[in-house]
Design a protein around this ligand. Sequence first.
Ligand SMILES: Cc1cc2nc3c(=O)[nH]c(=O)nc-3n(C[C@H](O)[C@H](O)[C@H](O)COP(=O)(O)OP(=O)(O)OC[C@H]3O[C@@H](n4cnc5c(N)ncnc54)[C@H](O)[C@@H]3O)c2cc1C
Length: 562
Amino acid sequence: MENQFDVIVIGSGISGGWAAKEFCDMGFKTLVIERGRFVEHVTDYPTAMKESWEMEHRGKLNDQTLQENPVLARCYAYNDYTQHLFVPDNAHRYEQEKPFDWIRGYHLGGKGLMWARQVQRWSQNEFDSPKRDDYGSLSWPINYKDLAPWYSQVEKFIGVSGNKDGLDEVPDGEFLKPWEMNAAEISIRNDIKKNFPGRTPIIGRCAHLTEVKEIHKKQGRNACMARTRCERGCPLGAYFSSNSSTLPWAEKTGNLTIHTNQIVSEIVYDSKSQRATAVNTVDRHSKKKRQFTAKVIFVNAATINTNAILLHSKSEQFPNGLGNRNGNLGKYLAFHNYRGRVNAKFYGHLDSYYYGRRPTSIVIPNFRNIRRNDVNFKGGYLTNYTASRGGSDPIAGNKPFGTEFVDQAARPGAWHVSMYMQGETVPIRENEIKLSLKKDAYGIPAPILNVGYTENDEKMIADFHQQATAMLKKAGCVEIKRVDSKQAPGLDIHEMGGARMGDNPNVAVTNKHNQLHDCSNVFVTDGACMTSTGTKNPSLTFMAMTARAAHFAADQMKQGLL
Ligand SMILES: Cc1cc2nc3c(=O)[nH]c(=O)nc-3n(C[C@H](O)[C@H](O)[C@H](O)COP(=O)(O)OP(=O)(O)OC[C@H]3O[C@@H](n4cnc5c(N)ncnc54)[C@H](O)[C@@H]3O)c2cc1C
């Protein structure tokens, strides 16, 4: 009996935490299986209160660690304060047919402990454009209105700071008070708005408690103090994570069981009942195998591991992976294109300064291909910018230090303006995850990643560079420099696809309820289900999809259909 549940959720990160919360709230006995260790909110954030002078290298990593982890070393959030939350390069190895920087967090809470918390809703245009402009080989089976109530439910619970801007490209949500733009950012915003009709810079919406409502008090969370040490884990619970929010909430219902250190190797399919009946795991330490059963299985191991688990779930009926009748499981992997950046200086408002730190940037919603394909590439891009002064922050562990710092603080100089793109990539069949013949220490095949940029991405980068330069020029910026980081796919940490949603079972792996077309009691609600990538940071959409699918599955269970 101890291995039998109503629902099994594989993965405890941002999406898995939401599945657990919804099912436990609805009274279902729910098991969350997590491959990594347990991370207790507050007590397991060892560096959260550390100052730079308490760290051996003032927060920087030593040369040996950097040399041993070339992939992680390229991730901006990887440092001495956070390294214990990232999966080292030599653990759970994967093969790269093309360079792919796979950034992972294997512990309770997943990448939701280290994420940057940017949460903008998708627009109807993002759901429409693959079909309208004919890319990605699949249309979305849902619309904005299908997700809107779930976005609201998620936003109220997690707490999202933002401004109601009334823009179609970033629909408004349930917001707590917004962060403020500084004088230079406002000046740049005004000039962009005036000179580029249809482009309205807004303050980025982020999952931080700028106000603490009753629902957040019930979760035991507190207001954000703008420490911007978020990636170490926040003892205040001021930003949303599974650890501070959904999992403790689910636990209070008495319906939650969490098994950590259990690596899911496959899902077991029974051809007689045509359903998945069990989940097999391997213990991370003892390598002991276990099996758990449930009526419904939610796969939330994050895009690549979700695809890997399904591909490895082979049976007579599905020799190429569970639900892979059409051969598209693992294909059409897509990501976000962050390669383009433009840096500049701004000499206006030199008598202005700003106080404190702010956990978000300014967002210019996508302005390309809104009603029709009107440029030489498909899809759109979102533009972010910030303006800051003074350059370095010795509290954060950077130079300068001592008198040099005092001098610099007294003469902060020009504003540094940085603008960067977050571009949609077009899903193509060749971009894929497959399984290697080589097995890892647990007898599970290692993933092979074969994902690259396309010509569409190059055209989009060129357009971003031109447009960003034009916007900054009009805003009075000078010394404008274009950068192409040439970063590999994966470093965006927004991988999506492989088990995409669609009405056509000959192309899509999941249907409009996130169920596998060919195995109705298995649901995929993390990035793997995303038909296209849109331009927005994806996690809010994963959460809304998960809540929606959980309620659908619950209704089906109540009707005896699952
Ligand atoms: C530095 C950084 C910045 C980011 N910034 C943003 C942002 O601003 N906005 C945004 O929307 N997104 C952001 N992201 C991405 C965001 O973190 C992910 O989109 C999100 O965490 C995905 O949720 P998930 O539940 O699919 O996966 P995760 O949160 O990664 O959770 C997956 C869980 O599954 C577990 N798991 C994996 N395989 C198995 C297995 N075989 N068996 C059992 N358990 C398994 C993992 O250990 C993990 O705990 C950022 C990520 C990082 C690292």
